[in-house]
Design a protein around this ligand. Structure first.
Ligand code: LCS
Length: 395
Protein backbone atom coordinates (compact mmCIF):
# COMPACT_ATOMS: atom_id res chain seq x y z
CA UNK A 1 0.00 0.00 0.00
CA UNK A 2 1.29 3.43 -0.91
CA UNK A 3 1.13 6.40 1.38
CA UNK A 4 0.80 9.86 -0.24
CA UNK A 5 4.22 10.58 -1.79
CA UNK A 6 4.03 14.21 -0.72
CA UNK A 7 3.71 13.46 2.99
CA UNK A 8 6.67 14.30 5.22
CA UNK A 9 8.84 11.57 6.70
CA UNK A 10 7.18 12.19 10.08
CA UNK A 11 3.82 11.14 8.60
CA UNK A 12 5.28 8.44 6.34
CA UNK A 13 7.06 6.80 9.31
CA UNK A 14 3.67 6.26 10.96
CA UNK A 15 1.60 5.24 7.93
CA UNK A 16 3.82 3.86 5.14
CA UNK A 17 3.27 0.17 4.42
CA UNK A 18 0.03 -0.14 6.38
CA UNK A 19 -2.40 -2.25 4.37
CA UNK A 20 -6.13 -2.89 4.18
CA UNK A 21 -7.00 -6.17 5.87
CA UNK A 22 -10.00 -8.36 6.47
CA UNK A 23 -10.96 -7.01 9.90
CA UNK A 24 -9.79 -3.42 9.34
CA UNK A 25 -7.10 -3.66 12.00
CA UNK A 26 -5.18 -0.37 12.27
CA UNK A 27 -1.89 -2.28 12.36
CA UNK A 28 -0.81 -4.92 9.84
CA UNK A 29 -1.66 -8.48 10.94
CA UNK A 30 1.20 -10.95 11.46
CA UNK A 31 0.83 -13.62 8.79
CA UNK A 32 2.84 -16.20 10.68
CA UNK A 33 2.63 -18.85 7.99
CA UNK A 34 5.15 -20.59 5.79
CA UNK A 35 2.73 -21.22 2.93
CA UNK A 36 -0.55 -20.05 1.36
CA UNK A 37 -3.45 -22.18 0.04
CA UNK A 38 -4.39 -22.09 -3.64
CA UNK A 39 -8.10 -21.85 -4.57
CA UNK A 40 -7.58 -24.69 -7.05
CA UNK A 41 -4.93 -26.14 -9.37
CA UNK A 42 -5.34 -23.39 -11.97
CA UNK A 43 -4.83 -20.72 -9.30
CA UNK A 44 -1.55 -22.34 -8.21
CA UNK A 45 -0.40 -22.55 -11.82
CA UNK A 46 -1.29 -18.88 -12.46
CA UNK A 47 0.57 -17.72 -9.34
CA UNK A 48 3.71 -19.64 -10.25
CA UNK A 49 3.53 -18.36 -13.82
CA UNK A 50 3.25 -14.78 -12.52
CA UNK A 51 -0.10 -14.38 -14.32
CA UNK A 52 -1.95 -13.60 -11.11
CA UNK A 53 -0.81 -11.64 -8.05
CA UNK A 54 -0.80 -13.39 -4.70
CA UNK A 55 1.26 -15.21 -2.14
CA UNK A 56 2.68 -18.71 -2.62
CA UNK A 57 5.34 -19.45 -0.01
CA UNK A 58 6.90 -17.11 2.57
CA UNK A 59 10.44 -17.33 1.19
CA UNK A 60 8.97 -15.84 -2.01
CA UNK A 61 6.87 -13.17 -0.26
CA UNK A 62 4.56 -12.60 2.70
CA UNK A 63 2.04 -9.77 3.37
CA UNK A 64 3.53 -8.74 6.76
CA UNK A 65 7.01 -8.65 5.25
CA UNK A 66 5.66 -6.71 2.25
CA UNK A 67 4.26 -4.05 4.61
CA UNK A 68 7.75 -3.44 6.00
CA UNK A 69 9.34 -3.52 2.52
CA UNK A 70 6.84 -0.90 1.30
CA UNK A 71 7.45 1.31 4.35
CA UNK A 72 11.23 1.50 3.87
CA UNK A 73 10.97 1.82 0.07
CA UNK A 74 8.55 4.73 0.47
CA UNK A 75 10.75 6.48 3.05
CA UNK A 76 13.72 6.10 0.68
CA UNK A 77 11.58 7.33 -2.25
CA UNK A 78 12.58 4.15 -4.05
CA UNK A 79 10.69 1.57 -6.11
CA UNK A 80 10.27 -1.60 -3.98
CA UNK A 81 12.03 -3.16 -1.00
CA UNK A 82 13.26 -6.65 -0.16
CA UNK A 83 13.55 -7.62 3.48
CA UNK A 84 16.47 -9.89 4.40
CA UNK A 85 17.48 -11.86 7.47
CA UNK A 86 20.28 -9.43 8.36
CA UNK A 87 22.15 -6.45 6.93
CA UNK A 88 24.85 -8.87 5.77
CA UNK A 89 22.21 -10.97 3.96
CA UNK A 90 21.03 -7.82 2.15
CA UNK A 91 24.60 -6.88 1.14
CA UNK A 92 25.43 -10.42 0.08
CA UNK A 93 22.23 -10.68 -2.00
CA UNK A 94 23.13 -7.51 -3.94
CA UNK A 95 26.72 -8.68 -4.60
CA UNK A 96 25.53 -12.18 -5.52
CA UNK A 97 22.91 -10.85 -7.93
CA UNK A 98 25.18 -8.45 -9.80
CA UNK A 99 28.74 -9.81 -9.69
CA UNK A 100 30.37 -12.55 -11.74
CA UNK A 101 33.88 -13.86 -12.29
CA UNK A 102 36.22 -11.15 -13.62
CA UNK A 103 34.17 -8.24 -12.23
CA UNK A 104 35.62 -5.52 -10.03
CA UNK A 105 34.20 -3.55 -7.08
CA UNK A 106 35.30 -0.20 -5.68
CA UNK A 107 34.44 -0.15 -1.97
CA UNK A 108 34.82 2.40 0.86
CA UNK A 109 37.79 1.43 3.03
CA UNK A 110 35.84 2.41 6.15
CA UNK A 111 32.99 -0.08 6.04
CA UNK A 112 31.55 -2.45 8.58
CA UNK A 113 34.32 -5.07 9.05
CA UNK A 114 32.38 -8.10 7.73
CA UNK A 115 31.42 -6.20 4.52
CA UNK A 116 35.13 -5.76 3.85
CA UNK A 117 35.78 -9.44 4.61
CA UNK A 118 32.84 -10.63 2.48
CA UNK A 119 34.43 -9.00 -0.57
CA UNK A 120 38.08 -9.62 0.31
CA UNK A 121 37.74 -13.26 1.38
CA UNK A 122 34.53 -14.73 -0.06
CA UNK A 123 33.82 -12.92 -3.33
CA UNK A 124 37.52 -12.98 -4.21
CA UNK A 125 37.23 -16.80 -4.27
CA UNK A 126 34.74 -16.43 -7.11
CA UNK A 127 37.08 -14.21 -9.12
CA UNK A 128 35.70 -10.82 -8.06
CA UNK A 129 38.37 -8.26 -7.22
CA UNK A 130 37.82 -5.30 -4.89
CA UNK A 131 39.72 -2.02 -4.46
CA UNK A 132 39.19 -0.51 -1.01
CA UNK A 133 39.64 3.25 -1.21
CA UNK A 134 38.88 6.39 0.73
CA UNK A 135 35.59 7.19 -1.02
CA UNK A 136 35.30 10.51 0.85
CA UNK A 137 37.84 11.65 -1.76
CA UNK A 138 36.08 11.38 -5.15
CA UNK A 139 39.45 11.34 -6.94
CA UNK A 140 40.26 8.09 -5.17
CA UNK A 141 37.08 6.52 -6.61
CA UNK A 142 37.93 7.83 -10.08
CA UNK A 143 41.46 6.45 -9.89
CA UNK A 144 40.22 3.01 -8.79
CA UNK A 145 37.63 2.59 -11.57
CA UNK A 146 38.39 -0.08 -14.20
CA UNK A 147 36.52 -1.10 -17.35
CA UNK A 148 35.32 -4.18 -15.44
CA UNK A 149 34.05 -2.22 -12.38
CA UNK A 150 30.42 -3.25 -11.85
CA UNK A 151 29.68 -1.84 -8.39
CA UNK A 152 30.82 1.22 -6.46
CA UNK A 153 29.92 0.43 -2.86
CA UNK A 154 29.77 3.26 -0.38
CA UNK A 155 28.95 3.39 3.31
CA UNK A 156 28.19 6.95 4.40
CA UNK A 157 28.66 7.95 7.14
CA UNK A 158 31.16 5.09 7.30
CA UNK A 159 31.49 2.63 10.15
CA UNK A 160 33.24 3.53 12.46
CA UNK A 161 35.24 6.54 11.23
CA UNK A 162 32.13 8.52 10.19
CA UNK A 163 33.81 9.70 7.01
CA UNK A 164 31.24 11.06 4.59
CA UNK A 165 31.11 10.34 0.84
CA UNK A 166 29.52 12.74 -1.62
CA UNK A 167 26.75 10.47 -2.96
CA UNK A 168 25.88 12.60 -6.02
CA UNK A 169 29.59 12.82 -6.97
CA UNK A 170 30.12 9.07 -6.51
CA UNK A 171 27.00 8.35 -8.64
CA UNK A 172 28.36 10.45 -11.48
CA UNK A 173 31.67 8.56 -11.48
CA UNK A 174 29.99 5.14 -11.28
CA UNK A 175 27.49 5.92 -14.04
CA UNK A 176 30.17 7.23 -16.40
CA UNK A 177 31.31 3.60 -16.51
CA UNK A 178 27.91 1.91 -16.33
CA UNK A 179 28.61 0.71 -12.80
CA UNK A 180 25.94 0.66 -10.08
CA UNK A 181 26.29 2.88 -7.03
CA UNK A 182 25.18 0.89 -3.98
CA UNK A 183 24.90 2.86 -0.73
CA UNK A 184 24.72 1.41 2.77
CA UNK A 185 22.42 3.95 4.44
CA UNK A 186 22.39 2.26 7.85
CA UNK A 187 24.11 5.05 9.82
CA UNK A 188 21.86 7.81 8.48
CA UNK A 189 18.48 6.07 8.00
CA UNK A 190 16.17 7.30 5.22
CA UNK A 191 14.96 10.11 7.44
CA UNK A 192 18.38 11.81 7.38
CA UNK A 193 19.63 10.88 3.91
CA UNK A 194 18.04 9.66 0.67
CA UNK A 195 20.77 8.13 -1.52
CA UNK A 196 18.39 7.16 -4.37
CA UNK A 197 17.25 10.78 -4.70
CA UNK A 198 20.93 11.84 -4.76
CA UNK A 199 21.69 9.47 -7.66
CA UNK A 200 22.46 6.06 -6.10
CA UNK A 201 20.99 2.93 -7.75
CA UNK A 202 20.45 0.60 -4.79
CA UNK A 203 20.28 1.19 -1.04
CA UNK A 204 21.03 -1.44 1.59
CA UNK A 205 20.24 -1.27 5.29
CA UNK A 206 20.92 -3.15 8.43
CA UNK A 207 17.39 -2.91 9.90
CA UNK A 208 18.98 -3.99 13.17
CA UNK A 209 20.03 -0.38 13.80
CA UNK A 210 18.06 2.89 13.59
CA UNK A 211 15.19 1.56 11.45
CA UNK A 212 14.14 -0.95 14.09
CA UNK A 213 15.57 1.17 16.86
CA UNK A 214 14.91 -1.14 19.79
CA UNK A 215 17.83 -3.60 19.76
CA UNK A 216 15.53 -6.62 19.58
CA UNK A 217 15.69 -7.75 15.93
CA UNK A 218 18.43 -8.57 13.41
CA UNK A 219 17.35 -7.76 9.86
CA UNK A 220 18.31 -6.14 6.58
CA UNK A 221 16.63 -4.53 3.61
CA UNK A 222 17.40 -3.70 -0.02
CA UNK A 223 15.65 -0.78 -1.73
CA UNK A 224 15.55 -0.85 -5.53
CA UNK A 225 15.06 1.95 -8.03
CA UNK A 226 13.12 0.15 -10.79
CA UNK A 227 11.24 -3.06 -11.60
CA UNK A 228 14.12 -4.66 -13.51
CA UNK A 229 16.38 -4.39 -10.46
CA UNK A 230 13.59 -5.59 -8.20
CA UNK A 231 13.02 -8.72 -10.31
CA UNK A 232 16.75 -9.53 -10.40
CA UNK A 233 17.13 -9.07 -6.65
CA UNK A 234 13.86 -10.86 -5.81
CA UNK A 235 15.14 -13.85 -7.78
CA UNK A 236 18.54 -13.74 -6.06
CA UNK A 237 16.92 -13.51 -2.62
CA UNK A 238 14.59 -16.44 -3.42
CA UNK A 239 17.60 -18.54 -4.40
CA UNK A 240 19.96 -17.46 -1.60
CA UNK A 241 17.11 -17.73 0.89
CA UNK A 242 18.21 -15.07 3.39
CA UNK A 243 14.71 -13.72 4.07
CA UNK A 244 13.27 -11.96 7.12
CA UNK A 245 10.38 -13.72 8.86
CA UNK A 246 6.91 -12.21 9.47
CA UNK A 247 7.31 -11.69 13.25
CA UNK A 248 10.60 -9.82 12.89
CA UNK A 249 9.14 -7.80 10.00
CA UNK A 250 6.23 -6.81 12.22
CA UNK A 251 8.57 -5.70 15.01
CA UNK A 252 10.76 -3.60 12.70
CA UNK A 253 7.67 -2.04 11.10
CA UNK A 254 6.45 -1.13 14.59
CA UNK A 255 9.83 0.45 15.32
CA UNK A 256 9.67 2.56 12.16
CA UNK A 257 6.53 4.35 13.40
CA UNK A 258 8.75 6.42 15.71
CA UNK A 259 11.76 6.63 13.36
CA UNK A 260 11.48 10.32 12.46
CA UNK A 261 10.89 11.29 16.08
CA UNK A 262 13.78 9.14 17.32
CA UNK A 263 16.22 10.47 14.72
CA UNK A 264 15.49 14.03 15.83
CA UNK A 265 16.39 13.10 19.41
CA UNK A 266 19.45 11.00 18.42
CA UNK A 267 20.80 13.99 16.46
CA UNK A 268 20.10 16.57 19.19
CA UNK A 269 21.72 14.39 21.87
CA UNK A 270 24.74 13.52 19.69
CA UNK A 271 25.39 17.15 18.75
CA UNK A 272 25.50 18.14 22.44
CA UNK A 273 27.66 15.15 23.43
CA UNK A 274 30.10 15.77 20.54
CA UNK A 275 30.60 19.36 21.74
CA UNK A 276 31.12 18.16 25.31
CA UNK A 277 33.70 15.52 24.23
CA UNK A 278 35.47 18.02 22.00
CA UNK A 279 36.29 20.18 25.05
CA UNK A 280 37.08 17.32 27.45
CA UNK A 281 40.74 17.25 28.64
CA UNK A 282 40.86 13.43 28.43
CA UNK A 283 39.74 13.36 24.78
CA UNK A 284 42.31 13.70 21.98
CA UNK A 285 39.89 14.16 19.09
CA UNK A 286 36.22 13.80 18.18
CA UNK A 287 34.75 12.81 14.83
CA UNK A 288 31.15 13.84 14.32
CA UNK A 289 29.77 15.07 10.97
CA UNK A 290 28.01 17.91 12.83
CA UNK A 291 31.26 19.48 14.09
CA UNK A 292 32.89 22.04 11.74
CA UNK A 293 36.20 20.21 12.36
CA UNK A 294 34.86 17.13 10.51
CA UNK A 295 36.72 16.88 7.16
CA UNK A 296 33.46 16.48 5.20
CA UNK A 297 31.32 18.81 7.33
CA UNK A 298 30.05 20.72 4.26
CA UNK A 299 29.10 17.58 2.30
CA UNK A 300 27.31 16.16 5.34
CA UNK A 301 25.39 19.42 5.67
CA UNK A 302 24.44 19.27 2.00
CA UNK A 303 23.25 15.67 1.81
CA UNK A 304 22.03 14.88 5.34
CA UNK A 305 19.06 16.41 7.13
CA UNK A 306 21.09 16.25 10.35
CA UNK A 307 24.43 14.58 11.20
CA UNK A 308 23.08 11.48 12.96
CA UNK A 309 23.49 9.71 16.28
CA UNK A 310 26.98 8.21 15.89
CA UNK A 311 30.19 9.70 17.35
CA UNK A 312 33.75 8.36 17.23
CA UNK A 313 36.43 9.71 19.53
CA UNK A 314 39.99 9.05 20.51
CA UNK A 315 40.73 9.14 24.23
CA UNK A 316 44.04 9.95 25.89
CA UNK A 317 46.02 6.82 26.78
CA UNK A 318 45.26 4.85 23.58
CA UNK A 319 43.89 1.37 23.99
CA UNK A 320 44.21 1.48 27.82
CA UNK A 321 42.38 4.82 28.01
CA UNK A 322 39.59 3.40 25.87
CA UNK A 323 39.31 0.36 28.12
CA UNK A 324 39.04 2.54 31.24
CA UNK A 325 36.13 4.48 29.71
CA UNK A 326 34.34 1.33 28.61
CA UNK A 327 34.81 -0.37 31.97
CA UNK A 328 33.55 2.61 33.95
CA UNK A 329 30.46 3.85 32.12
CA UNK A 330 27.28 3.00 34.00
CA UNK A 331 24.44 4.39 31.89
CA UNK A 332 26.07 3.82 28.49
CA UNK A 333 26.03 0.09 27.73
CA UNK A 334 29.21 -1.68 26.65
CA UNK A 335 27.93 -3.51 23.57
CA UNK A 336 28.33 -3.63 19.82
CA UNK A 337 25.53 -2.73 17.42
CA UNK A 338 24.05 0.74 17.25
CA UNK A 339 20.99 2.82 16.46
CA UNK A 340 18.80 1.74 19.37
CA UNK A 341 17.11 3.91 21.98
CA UNK A 342 19.82 2.94 24.48
CA UNK A 343 23.31 4.47 24.27
CA UNK A 344 25.97 1.90 23.36
CA UNK A 345 29.73 2.23 23.56
CA UNK A 346 32.32 -0.08 21.96
CA UNK A 347 35.92 -0.39 20.79
CA UNK A 348 36.11 -1.10 17.00
CA UNK A 349 39.75 -2.31 16.94
CA UNK A 350 39.02 -5.19 19.33
CA UNK A 351 35.32 -5.68 18.56
CA UNK A 352 33.38 -4.79 15.35
CA UNK A 353 36.47 -4.35 13.15
CA UNK A 354 38.75 -6.94 14.79
CA UNK A 355 38.02 -9.21 11.78
CA UNK A 356 40.04 -6.82 9.54
CA UNK A 357 43.84 -7.28 9.33
CA UNK A 358 45.53 -4.59 11.49
CA UNK A 359 47.37 -2.82 8.67
CA UNK A 360 44.17 -2.56 6.58
CA UNK A 361 42.28 -1.36 9.65
CA UNK A 362 44.88 1.35 10.35
CA UNK A 363 44.91 2.39 6.70
CA UNK A 364 41.16 2.94 7.06
CA UNK A 365 41.90 5.22 10.08
CA UNK A 366 40.38 2.73 12.54
CA UNK A 367 43.04 3.35 15.15
CA UNK A 368 43.71 1.33 18.31
CA UNK A 369 42.31 3.98 20.65
CA UNK A 370 39.14 4.79 18.71
CA UNK A 371 35.94 4.55 20.76
CA UNK A 372 32.53 4.47 19.07
CA UNK A 373 29.41 5.82 20.71
CA UNK A 374 25.87 5.18 19.48
CA UNK A 375 23.96 7.96 21.19
CA UNK A 376 20.52 6.90 22.42
CA UNK A 377 17.47 8.92 23.36
CA UNK A 378 18.05 9.12 27.12
CA UNK A 379 18.36 12.47 28.92
CA UNK A 380 21.42 14.06 27.37
CA UNK A 381 22.73 15.61 30.61
CA UNK A 382 22.61 12.24 32.34
CA UNK A 383 24.59 10.72 29.44
CA UNK A 384 27.16 13.52 29.63
CA UNK A 385 27.54 13.05 33.39
CA UNK A 386 28.13 9.32 32.86
CA UNK A 387 30.76 9.87 30.15
CA UNK A 388 32.43 12.61 32.21
CA UNK A 389 32.90 10.42 35.30
CA UNK A 390 34.26 7.54 33.15
CA UNK A 391 36.67 9.80 31.21
CA UNK A 392 37.94 11.32 34.45
CA UNK A 393 39.19 7.87 35.53
CA UNK A 394 41.89 8.10 32.85
CA UNK A 395 45.09 9.05 34.69
N1 LCS B 1 26.08 -2.15 7.53
C1 LCS B 1 26.48 -1.39 8.57
C2 LCS B 1 26.84 0.03 8.33
C3 LCS B 1 26.58 -1.95 9.83
O1 LCS B 1 26.97 -1.19 10.85
C4 LCS B 1 26.25 -3.33 10.01
C5 LCS B 1 26.33 -3.99 11.34
C6 LCS B 1 25.84 -4.06 8.90
C7 LCS B 1 25.76 -3.44 7.68
C8 LCS B 1 25.47 -5.51 9.01
O2 LCS B 1 24.21 -5.62 9.57
P1 LCS B 1 23.67 -6.90 10.38
O3 LCS B 1 23.92 -8.07 9.50
O4 LCS B 1 24.42 -6.99 11.65
O5 LCS B 1 22.21 -6.61 10.53
N2 LCS B 1 27.06 -3.26 12.29
C9 LCS B 1 27.35 -3.62 13.49
C10 LCS B 1 28.19 -2.89 14.34
O6 LCS B 1 28.79 -1.86 14.05
N3 LCS B 1 28.22 -3.47 15.53
O7 LCS B 1 27.55 -4.65 15.53
C11 LCS B 1 26.92 -4.83 14.23
Amino acid sequence: MSVNKNYTDETKSVHAGMMENEHHAVVNPIYQTSTFKFRDADHGTALFAGKEEGYIYTRMGNPTVKGLEDAVAQLEQGHKGLACGSGMAAIHTVFGAYLKQGDHVVCSEAVYGPTNTLLAEIFSKFGVQTSFVDTSDLNEIKKAMRPETKIVYVETPGNPTLCVTDIAGAAEIAHAQNALLVVDNTFASPVLQKPLVLGADIVVHSLTKFLNGHADVVGGLIVTKNEEQFKALRRALNLFGGILGPMNSFLVHRGIKTLAMRMERHCANAQKIAKFLDKHPKVESVVYPGLPSHPQYEIAKKQMKCPGGMISFEVKGGIEGGKIVMNNVKLCQLAVSLGGVETLIQHPATMTHAIMPREIRLQAHITDGLVRLSVGVEDVDELIADLDQALNRIP
